[in-house]
Design a protein around this ligand. Structure first.
Ligand SMILES: C[S@@+](CC[C@H](N)C(=O)[O-])C[C@H]1O[C@@H](n2cnc3c(N)ncnc32)[C@H](O)[C@@H]1O
Length: 374
């Protein structure tokens, strides 16, 4: 990519500023990174580059805001162990499924058996739909999802099937095609679709999604098994990073929640409803629901400092803490100060936002920090 005037002016690191052509979607969503949609993750190639540049000797990496597990997956791929912490139960489930080392033969047997039983489904699930399920799914889609859910517990690979179930549920919701992230109301009838430029109708079945995602999940786990380094494992902690007990690590790579932007539980509401997962959204740092008031921003600074201090305590030999952030509110100088971290380097990168309906230039910073010596 040739340096533009803007890139030079802003001192942008072009090696970390991939265009769509440099890094097409297929690569950004390689193997297990596409097991389930997740709004707010970073691209795996960024983590890869940061691990190579800044943590070449590290054997264990910590991510206190592990989300969909990008840091964990890339650590395993590069021969490192990793620990990921997240407050959202669904994110922890997803990370476990992405990072577990599988007996691929047994996994395939479970998936194919569940699909065989789905094929014989007579249209009536053993359980009645909840209010949420009745509102958000067409009657036949609801029966298919509830039937699949009733099978899941019987299998050794129940968690993999749970992720297939929620991915299918996401696609089968009564939503418009252009508002899959945070639909407010169920879409019951035909609508004008901005994405496809024609009239579309909400989905009525889930069975084809269950089938397609089961096979896709299997293929992606196979693909990851081919590239991950044998014998390296990830630990997933479902907890609050401000006070969770963390194992020691050689460095941190993380992208924190930004204030007032995304509600991380809410984006997977269907998963919490279908799987009965515990909701700890009141402990989410920077939740969109908390807004951007002065009090909310000052709480964000205190909370982020608590997490970074907790993370820094676990670092052997003063390893680096790498934070990927779009600090639009200019809060990070105060956060680093309060956490007793020193900024060693600040790298700016251009973010390619080709997906979604957002447009305009977008940049983010990579802050390379280290705990200040006493
Ligand atoms: C920007 S996302 C991280 C995305 C991640 N880098 C990825 O690629 O998937 C921030 C994450 O922080 C989590 N989080 C928010 N508050 C938390 C807390 N108190 N303790 C642990 N995790 C928290 C959210 O649930 C969310 O998954």
């Amino acid at each position: 990519m040739a340096p533009t005037q803007e890139a030079l002016y802003r001192n942008i690191d072009l090696d970390l500023s991939w265009s769509e052509r440099d890094l097409p979607e297929r690569e950004r969503t390689k193997h297990v990174h596409r097991l389930h949609p997740y709004l707010g993750k970073f691209v795996p190639q960024l983590v890869e580059a940061l691990l190579t540049r800044h943590l070449p000797q590290a054997r264990t990496v910590l991510d206190p805001f592990a989300g969909s597990g990008t840091t964990l997956v890339q650590s395993l791929e590069s021969g490192r162990r990793a620990t990921g912490v997240d407050i959202a139960a669904f994110n922890c489930l997803l990370m476990k499924v992405k990072t577990r080392a599988y007996n691929l033969f047994a996994l395939e047997r479970d998936i194919r058996d569940a699909l065989r039983r789905l094929e014989g489904f007579d249209g009536r699930a053993p359980e009645r739909p909840s209010r949420y399920v009745k509102a958000w799914f067409a009657p036949r889609a609801a029966e298919e999802l509830l039937f699949f859910r009733s099978l899941v517990d019987e299998y050794e690979h129940a968690d993999v099937l749970r992720v297939v179930l929620t991915r299918a549920a996401r696609s089968a919701r009564r939503t418009t095609h252009f508002d899959l992230d945070f639909p407010k109301e169920p879409q019951r009838g035909e609508y004008w679709c901005h994405k496809h430029r024609r009239h579309c109708r909400p989905v009525e079945r889930a069975e084809h999604f269950l089938r397609r995602y089961s096979l896709d999940t299997l293929a992606r786990i196979h693909e990851f098994a081919r590239v991950r380094v044998r014998g390296k494992e990830a630990t997933v902690v479902h907890g609050d990073s401000r006070d969770a007990e963390l194992p020691s690590a050689d460095g941190v790579v993380t992208s924190p929640p930004y204030p007032g932007l995304i509600d991380y539980h809410e984006q997977h509401r269907y998963a919490y409803e279908l799987l009965g997962l515990e909701d700890r959204s009141s402990l989410e740092i920077g939740a969109a629901a908390s807004g951007l008031s002065r009090t909310a921003l000052s709480e964000y600074v205190d909370n982020m400092s608590a997490v970074l201090k907790n993370g820094a305590r676990q670092l052997a030999h003063g390893g680096p803490i790498i934070i990927v952030v779009n600090d639009a509110k200019g809060l990070y100088p105060a956060i680093l100060e309060q956490s007793s971290l020193e900024l060693e380097e600040r790298i700016t990168r251009h973010v390619n936002r080709r997906t979604g309906r957002r447009s305009g230039e977008f940049f983010e910073d990579v802050l390379i920090c280290r705990a200040r010596r006493p």
